[in-house]
Write a protein that binds this ligand. Structure first.
Ligand SMILES: Cc1cc2nc3c(=O)[nH]c(=O)nc-3n(C[C@H](O)[C@H](O)[C@H](O)COP(=O)(O)OP(=O)(O)OC[C@H]3O[C@@H](n4cnc5c(N)ncnc54)[C@H](O)[C@@H]3O)c2cc1C
Ligand code: FES
Length: 219
């Protein structure tokens, strides 16, 4: 883990999301499913973001502008600078026989990097609208559905599922794929175990998601 001040290369619209590309500097991209704390200029608290892509010399993050922090990150211009800390947390386990990537909404964010590491396995992705589904173009070999069809309806039996998405989707994935690896979310202030802001109760146990997750085994 390392902290650096890095330069924004570009911000590209992908449906309602923005793919924010920044110079990599001396940071290691880490393992798929790990995350970085991104601090937009003029904002006090950084925000956790999964690494989406790691093209040569860059780190890229797919960001959904849902509040002040994410809107400030999406509004950055090429040449702006931001503080970046990472890589943080535990990513996905990659030694699998029949990987299937499962994503919902902005949960698609870590899947392009994961797909590359696993040599482009099949993926199933669910979105709220065709506009949101434009993010599917970032994931190779993806079958996409839009509500009212749910992504869990596209999961065949016998696959090693790696999933990221909203909590109700992860619960539904866990019901059909009890051994799935699931990337969870919680609001995070520090990202490295110091503030306990990300403690969540999973199966009756309190876990600091930034240290023990964000990827946890469903079983
Ligand atoms: C490990 C990890 C990886 C993430 N990766 C991505 C990513 O790649 N792309 C992306 O767009 N977002 C990602 N997120 C979510 C992102 O960090 C939050 O959306 C962001 O912090 C919201 O900040 P804000 O200031 O824009 O909105 P806020 O004003 O802080 O929040 C807006 C609303 O969202 C809720 N909220 C905020 N953060 C979270 C959260 N983490 N989980 C659930 N609800 C939340 C708030 O309670 C509030 O209702 C990730 C979160 C985690 C924990
Ligand atoms: S975010 Fe501070 S302990 Fe997890």
């Amino acid at each position: 883990m390392r902290r650096e001040r890095l330069k924004v290369v570009a911000g590209e619209e992908v449906g309602p999301y923005t793919l924010v590309r920044i110079e990599r500097g001396g940071l290691d991209p880490g393992a798929p499913g790990q995350f970085f704390m991104l601090e937009a200029p003029g904002r006090l608290l950084p925000r956790p973001m999964s690494l989406c892509l790691a093209p040569r010399g860059e780190l890229a993050f797919l960001i959904d502008p849902i509040g002040p922090g994410t809107r400030a990150l999406c509004a950055m211009e090429p040449g702006d600078h931001l503080q970046v800390l990472g890589p943080l947390g535990n990513g996905f386990r990659l030694e699998l026989d029949r990987p299937l990537l499962v994503g919902g909404g902005i949960g698609v964010a870590p899947l392009p990097h994961l797909s590359e590491a696993l040599k482009q396995p099949p993926a199933v992705l669910g979105f709220r609208s065709e506009w949101h589904a434009q993010a599917a173009e970032l994931v190779p070999n993806a079958q996409t559905c839009v509500e009212p069809t749910l992504v869990t309806q596209l999961i065949p039996e016998g696959m090693d599922v790696l999933a990221c998405g909203p909590e109700p989707m992860l619960e539904a994935v866990r019901a059909v794929a009890p051994d799935a690896q699931l990337a969870w979310e919680a609001p995070m202030a520090c990202g490295y175990g110091a503030c306990y802001g990300c403690a969540v109760e999973i199966d009756g146990e309190l876990k600091r998601l930034c240290v023990e997750g964000p990827v946890l085994c469903a079983a």
